[in-house]
Write a protein that binds this ligand. Structure first.
Ligand SMILES: Nc1nc2c(c(=O)[nH]1)N[C@H]1C(S)=C(S)[C@@H](COP(=O)(O)O)O[C@H]1N2
Ligand SMILES: [Mo]
Length: 199
């Protein structure tokens, strides 16, 4: 006799191999913010890419919405050990912001409204691996989850996905961001369990 319901088997099969080591799956969407939620109205929102010589490219909300849009459906992994499968977003593939940007830098600092920062290799924002997202599950991204727009870099632990992102600054030399400077891993690959400095 089959003791599993079809639904249970279906779920197990569907998510097989998708849980990184040390993580548990959750259906909730916890909010993790290091400080208060900034209020950023879309009519005064801007997003900038700044190269190492100080040259900035800026987009306002309308210009950002006019860029090519994608609907990534991805698993996300928080270093506090929850993972959430199949989250649905809409936003701009990050390559669209980097198209005309001339830089020799290999690293970036993502800087947010409210002051949060997180560092990444530039290549982790390229080739379809990252997005600037403004919609979650069909609705405008809520302020607690980073609205009006946040970074989405699902192949790294979720602290790299800066909420309320305001600027990407190119850095010739790598520099730790907010959590990286107090002990989180510099890169944060969930599949290699890169949680802390010593991992
Ligand atoms: N600006 C900003 N971005 C942030 C954070 C933050 O505190 N401020 N927390 C990070 C951490 S540690 C995680 S796990 C995720 C949480 O996103 P969520 O609140 O939408 O789940 O956002 C990341 N991005
Ligand atoms: Mo986190």
């Amino acid at each position: 006799m089959n003791t599993f319901s079809p639904g249970f088997q279906g779920r197990t099969h569907r998510f097989e191999g998708r849980l990184p080591p040390g993580q548990y799956p959750t259906e909730d969407f916890p909010v993790l913010s290091a400080g208060p939620t900034p209020n950023v109205p879309t009519d005064s929102w801007t997003f900038s890419v700044v190269t190492e010589d100080g040259t900035a490219r800026d987009w306002n909300w309308e210009q950002m919405k006019a860029l090519p849009q994608e609907e990534p459906e991805v698993d996300i992994h928080c270093v506090t050990r929850w993972s959430k499968f199949g989250t649905r977003w809409q936003g701009v593939p990050f390559d669209a912001f980097l198209d005309d940007v001339e830089t020799a830098a290999d690293f970036v600092m993502a800087e947010s409204y409210g002051g949060y920062t997180t560092n990444l290799p530039l290549e982790d924002l390229q080739d379809g691996k990252a997005w600037l997202v403004h919609t979650y599950d069909g609705y405008p991204l809520s302020p607690e989850h980073g609205g009006p727009a946040r970074l989405l870099v699902p192949h790294l632990y979720f602290w790299k996905s800066a909420k309320w992102v305001r600027r990407i600054r190119m850095m010739p030399d790598d520099d730790p961001g907010f959590w990286e400077s107090v002990g989180y891993h510099n890169y944060g690959d969930p599949w290699r369990e890169q949680r802390g400095w010593s991992d």
